[in-house]
Every structure is written in structure tokens, then in C-alpha cells.
Design a protein around this ligand. Structure first.
Ligand code: ATP
Length: 458
């Protein structure tokens, strides 16, 4: 892959996709703000996700749970006890990092692959010592021992910092679906198998810094809990169906290059104890293949835990057989910001021949479908005509107006934000009601009748 992370961050800042969060006050690491273009791209990704997984299906419903949630939810889910990363500090330069990343990056540089998820703290210590892994920042080998660090952000509700006021910012959206399972069942007409989908912010006090929006403290997830009766539906079949659906979404709906994607099955050690199978769909980011989307068969673990901790009945009764049981679940979980970074990396194209940078975004993803330019800004007839073309097009597609600088500069600016079509109104327009439509990828121009413009940019 020729595009670097620096290329992407520079473009993202230059064109208003992503800014450093709190930049005015020196910035905060691992947090980002999305600018006008980034907001539009994120919204398009989100909308396509929702349309594909909720609106276009008849076995899915949506949910929007609160981000602050009861401490007991996270005790039941196992996050309070187990949602922790192993971290290590360098005694020389005081850099703090995740021990698994230290080891994995060290082996990657040596051309080997080493997965350490599931190893104990002692095993990590031994491996780091045995390999004499140096600090990537200062080069010394003076590590502390590896310690656990919980990723959940506690919040204290009310004015008193008493233990009963302790809540957590959710570490994943998934728990919302489990704790509302009964509410969804009782308030809708759903029957197994069915899924509950949610898009929303999650929060993790991540230790690792860097890699732009790939790993942040606050991020958006798109998660689905697909509930089923394991005696009626073979989980292996369902699992394969979900793999196909996820692949289709990334390659066709988002238009991402297949050669930059791969499936990776979790090893027995790295897979959670309750999961029968977990596979990650990985994308070849500028920093290598990394998890984009996880697919896990979580059995009835979460619902059973909440039954245990809440003392409430969260079982399902089959309307035909009256069989009462706790459904099993398959979970496709993706990070919307990781989809965003993938889409940017995949679309980034240095057109050396024409000396420009182009974001070859799918039409449905681009912040604007079209840009409308009056050839000159000092001829009232041309400006008025352009304005009417702009207004008509804007009623059908997100469209932007630009009358600044020369046409060449306007094209370059639109190429960098991925606008598929640029429409120019010129002197000829006044005579024959045609405009030029310039194609982003080929840079070719065509004359199109104004009446046929909506179809030409469809
Ligand atoms: P990783 O191994 O990369 O930390 P994970 O296995 O902990 O990820 P999950 O708990 O499975 O991630 O979360 C589901 C999805 O949420 C991931 O596939 C990823 O796309 C996204 N995600 C998780 N953590 C972050 C984060 N800190 N920033 C952005 N996206 C994230």
C-alpha cells in the first residue's frame, strides 16, 4: 500500500475531515473532532450501515441505549473484573504502553507473527525478558513488570462520591442489547431468530497512543446481537451467513478493495472463554492488517450473566412449542471510525499524471455528490443560471457551490474531498441550456442538458 498515515492525516486536516480534539488548548491524545467533510462521510457510513442491517431486513430492530450505565451491568458482563489491558512502563523514558503491542510489534519488525492475547502477565514478563525487547522510544531494556489496567471509565453520579453513585461510561454498545432484551421482546412483534442493532459511542481508557482514529478513547460502534435458538438454527450456518453479509457490506456497499481485506480466526488462547468462535475481518491499514470488524458466537453467556446478576427472567418462550430457554447470540461488532479510516485509506489516490490527489469514494459515501460552479463570478446572467442549477440539484443530492478562484483550483479542491461530479455553467449554457459535467476519476468533461443533469450524476 503506497498511502501513508501521514498522507491521510494531512488530507484529513487540510480538507476538514478530522481535527485534533481540543487543539486550541494543546490537544488531547487519542481524541479527535470530525470537521464538516468528516461529519458528512461518517454520517453516510452510519446511514448505509443502518439501512443495510436494519431498514432493509425484516429480522432486525434498532436500539439507542444511554452511554452512562449501571455499574452492575459491567460487573455482570465481566468488564469490571476482566476488561483490562496488560500495560508496562519503561523505567528510563517513562513511556507507557500495552505489553501485547510491545511484543507483537517487536516480532512484526523481525518479520514474524506472534499473538499474545490470552497469555498471563507472568508469561508476558518472561517473553519480554527472554527476547530482551527494547523500548521503542529510548531503546533501553528497563521495563517494570506487566500490570493490569482496567479500560472502563468510571463516572460518579450526583454530587457525592459515594459508592452507590458509581456508574460507567459504556465500554461497548452490546450490553444495551442484552439488558433491554426483555423490553424489546415485550414491546415488539419479534420472533427468533432476530437481531437488535445499535449505533453509538463507546468509551475505553486505551493505553496505546497513535494510529490516528484507529484506536481512540471515545469511538462509535455499530453492533448487532443476533439472537437464535441453537436447537432450531445451526450456529455454524448463521455464522457463515454473517461473514458473507459483512464482506458484502465492505466490498460492495462501501466499495473497498477485496485485496486489502482478510479474515483471521482467533486462536484458542485469545478467544474469550465463553465464545465458541471468533473471527476478525481485517483491513490492510497503512500500519498493517488490523481488526476492522469482529464476529463472535457468544453462546448464551451474556443473557445468562444478567439473569444471574439481576435475578430477573430473561428467557424466551417459543410461541409454537412453549419451550422456554435462553437464546444464543452471534455478534458482528464494528467500529464506525475504523470503517471511516479504511474508506479514506482505500480511496486515497495520488494521480501522478495529472498532479492531483483524489479520494475515489463511492458515490454514496462522498460528502457531496456534485459541485456547481459559475465559470465567472462577475457575469450576473451566468451566476443566476448557475444558482438555479445549484438549487435544483441540491434538492436531489448533497451539492456544494463554489465561485472562488479559477476552475482548475476548484476541481482540485473537490477531488480531494471525493466529489464525483463538478458542474460548470458557462457562456454556452446561456445559449443552449447545457452544462459541462466533469468526472472526478477520469477528469473528462461532457456536455449535458440541464434537464438531464439529475440523471447524469445519479
Ligand atoms: P482491539 O483488539 O483492536 O482493541 P477489540 O477486540 O477490543 O479491538 P471489540 O471489543 O471486539 O474490539 O469491539 C468491536 C469493534 O469496535 C472493533 O472491531 C473495533 O472496530 C471497534 N473498536 C474497539 N476499540 C476501539 C477503539 N479504542 N477505537 C476505535 N474503535 C474501536
Amino acid at each position: 500500500m503506497s498511502v501513508t498515515l501521514d498522507d491521510i492525516t494531512a488530507l484529513a486536516k487540510r480538507r476538514g475531515f478530522v481535527f485534533q480534539s481540543s487543539e486550541l488548548y494543546g490537544g488531547l491524545a487519542n481524541l479527535y473532532d470530525y470537521g464538516p467533510m468528516g461529519t458528512a462521510l461518517l454520517r453516510n457510513i452510519r446511514n448505509l450501515w443502518w439501512k443495510t442491517f436494519v431498514d432493509d431486513r425484516d429480522d432486525m430492530v434498532g436500539l439507542d441505549a444511554s452511554t452512562i450505565s449501571h455499574a452492575k451491568i459491567w460487573e455482570a458482563s465481566g468488564h469490571v473484573a476482566g476488561f483490562a489491558d496488560a500495560m508496562i512502563d519503561c523505567k528510563s523514558c517513562h513511556v507507557r504502553m500495552r505489553a501485547d503491542h510491545l511484543i507483537e510489534d517487536y516480532f512484526t519488525k523481525k518479520g514474524k507473527e506472534e499473538k499474545v492475547e490470552g497469555k498471563s502477565l507472568e508469561e508476558l514478563d518472561v517473553l519480554i525478558a527472554k527476547e530482551k525487547i527494547p523500548c521503542p522510544t529510548c531503546g533501553k531494556h528497563t521495563w517494570t513488570t506487566v500490570r493490569k489496567f482496567n479500560l472502563l471509565f468510571p463516572v460518579h453520579l450526583g454530587i457525592l462520591e459515594e459508592s452507590q453513585s458509581l456508574a460507567y461510561l459504556r465500554g461497548e454498545t452490546a450490553q444495551g442489547m442484552f439488558v433491554n432484551f426483555k423490553n424489546v421482546l415485550d414491546s415488539t412483534r419479534v420472533r427468533l431468530p432476530f437481531g437488535v442493532a445499535q449505533l453509538g459511542k463507546s468509551f475505553r481508557n486505551e493505553i496505546t497512543k497513535g494510529n490516528f482514529v484507529f484506536r481512540t478513547l471515545e469511538f462509535e460502534q455499530g453492533e448487532i446481537e443476533y439472537f437464535f435458538d441453537p436447537e432450531q438454527t445451526k450456529w455454524e450456518t448463521l455464522y457463515e451467513e454473517w461473514k458473507k453479509t459483512m464482506w458484502e457490506f465492505v466490498t460492495t456497499t462501501l466499495g473497498v478493495n477485496k485485496s486489502n481485506l482478510r479474515w483471521r480466526a482467533h486462536t484458542d488462547e485469545e478467544r474469550s472463554f465463553y465464545s465458541k468462535r471468533t473471527e476478525d475481518l481485517e483491513y490492510n491499514y497503512p500500519f498493517g492488517y488490523k481488526e476492522l470488524w469482529g464476529l463472535a458466537y457468544r453462546t448464551d453467556y451474556d443473557l445468562s450473566q444478567h439473569i444471574k446478576f439481576s435475578g430477573k427472567d430473561l428467557s424466551y418462550t417459543d410461541p409454537q412449542s412453549n419451550k422456554k430457554f435462553v437464546p444464543h447470540v452471534i455478534e458482528p461488532a464494528v467500529g464506525i471510525n475504523r470503517l471511516f479510516l479504511m474508506v479514506l485509506a482505500d480511496a486515497y489516490w495520488k494521480d501522478e499524471q495529472r498532479g492531483r490527489i483524489v479520494l475515489k469514494l463511492n458515490k454514496t459515501l462522498a460528502p457531496y455528490r456534485a459541485a456547481v460552479f459559475p465559470l465567472v463570478s462577475n457575469k450576473p446572467e451566468i451566476v443566476a443560471k448557475a444558482r438555479s442549477v445549484y438549487t435544483a440539484l441540491k434538492s436531489a443530492y448533497p451539492t456544494v457551490w463554489d465561485d472562488r478562484g479559477n476552475i482548475g483550483k476548484r476541481y482540485l479542491a473537490q477531488d480531494e474531498i471525493g466529489t464525483p461530479f463538478c458542474v460548470t455553467i458557462d457562456y454556452q449554457t446561456l445559449e443552449d441550456n447545457t452544462v459541462t459535467v466533469r468526472n472526478r476519476d477520469t477528469a473528462e468533461q461532457q456536455r449535458v442538458k440541464i434537464d438531464e443533469l439529475k440523471g447524469a450524476v445519479a
